[in-house]
Design a protein around this ligand. Structure first.
Ligand code: HDE
Length: 727
């Protein structure tokens, strides 16, 4: 790790607009990063401590003295160690990295980091779930936050996005209601990190603007296989403003290098128990292993005058711009290559804010975005204990910060001089307003309309894009949506809520509604939403129906995501004493060469005695590992080893789960007997030929096998196998 002097950091921050380099944020953080190696324990005041094991007492068995300032200081600090968790997005994981531009957007914006190609702008990214508490599991059904802080030469730009391109509601005033509905119910604080409960679905059934987002959150997108395998979206329409003051509308996208891939619901639920840190652990481990997650930044740019030609309103955050209508222009890449030094200092204390923009990027009148412009700073005042949270190292910009904002809790800077106001004459007017054309100026949009509490009629179509999303899914993906909604509704106690949800679904897709209804004992599948008028007091839009019959958009289905790479894929080798190790060792080396993470799972840890006396080391036991933690399974050959594994229930369920979750399974030689023992042979019997994910191999030669195996693993899951399996 490089060490930076204070002078070096002052150099970084000499002038606004001076380009930063990839390491400048790391260098800045390095000035406040401390280690304990070789150091003596002291109090906060620097007093060396001679005894940290015993409090100060009268006699060995007497009472502890109030005088024991060391114990009091230590316990007081401990008592105050927690800060409020985020009101939403409480559970998260973060990483450092850089953004590198390769296609200048100078024609559209003055934002330097989007104009200067080749410049590496430091970034910090925090991924999160939304509904759960800080200690909840990673793999729950939920939206994922994808928040990026760009430490640009013109100040911090925060792209506070999600892994889904739309949102549940159209207006910020409804956000507290929506979050109250999805969070645990207030009387008993149940359920944790789940939307499968009455209040969430009550809200869904009474707010049809949710329909489009409901399709996303009930789809596999809500169960990302890893943070590196999910897309990111800025959601709202932003503005890019160029040097001539011309504004274009823009939607931001992150496109993952590995493609977007998801877990299945059964898998996700089991992982939540087996390894609640599944996603954050993988983020950490892949960065430590040098397999750095990577995304391309893409933009959909729309001339202002073209915006009116769309059937939907660009200011409506429940709508996407289909990629077929406006292609995504990829302009740069982001690489996450360094884990935080300290979770609390960095990941917990980072404060993202939609209002953190740089010159050349501006807001629109999206009513959801307008509310967010207020909320983030407001919530951080409470969460981070006052108005000086921008001084916390992870939040500090790299360019100079000069203003007259003084005092407050935890003030970290020592301001020299007599003035803290502007204009002034005593300090030669400093710090003074910028006369540079490059300073931030709000886009001078003109307004002529009256003040009203109303929504544009163009926001009224709540279903067209929900139908587009559903229609764009493959039959397997549609089945996952049906199963997900049926699972959730089966946890809803009130029958009338289930009925109302089915009516909402009937407006999205009749087949969807019928399939769900059949599973949750609803018989009335009418698409009549008149109950909304009776049961809510909210004014309803006149026409909530779809405007036009939607087609399909491949960009909405995970089936069309890149499926070439096996980087970071986790592969388990099921082995035991006396297995045939040499083909396994060759396979392991070949898969690792392609970027996979391969582990041997055996009845016991450590070096195994193998039939061919080749060294094979088990790093998991069959009890501690589970196939849900892996993307593929290889069963080693060797008759004695297979006989050892065959009677073990843990091994059978390992394999059966891998099969059920549609993963690639390679079976070597006698290993096929395990397929029979697990009941898989019987299940796959009729379809062996068409299941590319079930590979049986005889003999020691594995050269020709590797390409097939890698292709099958890169396919992610062999969902078509689902057709063989009843739920
Ligand atoms: Fe947030 N959101 N949000 N949100 N949001 C917060 O800010 C809020 C919305 C998003 O890793 C809070 O510092 C309102 C959309 C992410 O630290 C809070 C509305 C999108 C994160 C807040 C929305 C997001 C937050 C809680 C509706 C995707 C985590 C803690 C008007 C574009 C950032 C905090 C991190 C966090 C408010 C809707 C993304 C309360 C009022 C839409 C990724 O301020």
């Amino acid at each position: 790790m490089k060490t930076a002097t204070r002078e070096a950091v002052h150099k970084i921050a000499k002038k606004v607009g001076e380009p930063a380099s990839e390491d400048t944020k790391t260098d800045q953080l390095e000035t406040v990063t401390e280690g304990v190696d070789g150091k003596t324990l002291t109090t906060q005041q620097g007093l060396e401590i001679a005894d940290n094991q015993n409090s100060l007492k009268i006699g060995e068995r007497g009472p502890t003295l109030l005088e024991d300032f060391m114990m009091r200081e230590k316990i007081t600090h401990f008592d105050h160690e927690r800060i409020p968790e985020r009101v939403v997005h409480a559970r998260g994981a973060g990483a450092h990295g850089y953004f590198e531009l390769y296609d200048s957007l100078g024609a559209y914006t003055t934002a330097a980091f989007l104009c200067e190609t080749g410049v590496k702008t430091p970034v910090f990214v925090r991924f999160s779930t939304v509904a759960g508490s800080r200690g909840s599991a990673d793999t729950v059904r939920d939206v994922r936050g994808f928040a990026t802080k760009f430490y640009t030469s013109q100040g911090n730009f925060d792209l506070v996005g999600n892994n889904m391109p739309v949102f549940f509601i159209q207006d910020a005033i409804k956000f507290p209601d929506f979050i109250h509905a999805v969070k645990p119910e207030p009387h008993n604080e149940i359920p944790q990190a789940q939307s499968a409960h009455d209040t969430f679905w009550d809200f869904v059934s009474l707010n049809t603007e949710l329909s489009h987002m409901l399709m996303w959150v009930m789809s596999d997108r809500a169960l990302p296989r890893s943070f590196a395998m999910m897309e990111g979206f800025g959601v709202h329409t932003f503005r890019l403003v160029n040097a001539e003051g011309i504004s274009h509308f823009v939607k931001f996208h992150w496109k993952p290098k590995l493609g977007a891939h998801s877990l299945s619901w059964d898998e996700a639920q089991k992982i939540a128990g087996k390894d609640p840190d599944f996603n954050r652990r993988e983020l950490w481990e892949s960065i430590e292993a040098g397999q750095c997650p990577e995304w391309e930044l893409g933009l959909q740019i729309v001339a202002e005058h073209d915006a009116d030609t769309f059937e939907f309103d660009l200011l409506d955050p429940t709508k996407i711009i289909p990629e077929e209508l406006v292609p995504v222009r990829r302009v740069g890449r982001m690489v996450l290559n360094r884990n935080p030094e300290n979770y609390f200092a960095e990941t917990e204390q980072v404060a993202f804010c939609v209002a953190n923009v740089v010159p050349g990027i501006d807001f629109t009148n999206d009513p959801l975005m307008q509310g967010r412009l207020f909320s983030y700073l407001d919530t951080q005042l409470l969460r981070l204990g006052g108005p000086n949270f921008a001084h916390i190292p992870i939040n500090r910009p790299l360019c100079p910060v000069n203003n007259n904002q003084r005092d407050g809790f935890q003030q970290q800077r020592v301001f020299r001089g007599r003035t803290s106001y502007e204009p002034n004459s005593i300090s030669r007017g400093c710090p003074m307003q910028s006369g540079d054309a490059s300073a931030f100026r709000s886009y001078p949009e003109t307004f002529t309309e009256p003040k009203v509490r109303k929504r544009s009629a163009r926001f009224a179509d709540h279903f067209t894009q929900a139908t587009l999303f559903y229609a764009s899914q493959t039959p397997v993906e549609q089945k996952h949506i049906i199963d997900a909604i049926a699972f959730e509704l089966s946890h809803v106690e009130e029958e009338r809520i289930r009925e109302r949800v089915v009516r909402v679904l009937a407006n999205i897709d009749r087949g969807l509604a019928e399939n769900v209804a059949a599973k949750v004992a609803v018989t009335d599948i009418s698409d009549d939403l008149n109950y909304l008028k009776e049961e809510t007091t909210a004014p309803l839009p006149d026409d909530r129906r779809g405007a036009a019959a939607p087609g399909q958009s491949q960009a909405l289905s995970l089936a069309y995501q890149p499926q070439q790479s096996i980087e970071t894929r986790r592969i388990a080798i099921l082995a035991a004493e006396n297995c045939l190790a040499s083909p396994i060792v060759s396979l392991k080396a070949a898969l690792e060469e392609l970027g996979a993470v391969v582990a041997v799972v055996a009845p016991r840890l450590g070096a195994l005695q193998t039939a061919d006396e080749v060294n094979l080391e088990a790093t998991y036991t069959t009890e501690s590992a589970d196939s849900v933690l892996f993307d593929a399974v290889i069963v080693a050959g060797g008759a004695t080893a297979v006989e050892t594994l065959k009677p073990m229930i843990s091994v059978r369920s390992f394999l059966l789960d891998a099969f059920r979750h549609c993963k690639t399974i390679l079976v070597m030689d006698e290993g096929t007997r395990l397929l029979t023992a697990a009941g898989i042979s019987e299940l796959s019997m009729n379809d062996k030929q068409s299941d590319e994910g079930l590979i049986v191999h005889d003999g020691p030669e594995v050269e020709n096998l590797i390409a097939n195996l890698a292709r099958a693993i890169a396919r992610h899951r062999h969902w078509q196998r689902r057709a063989l399996l009843s739920p």
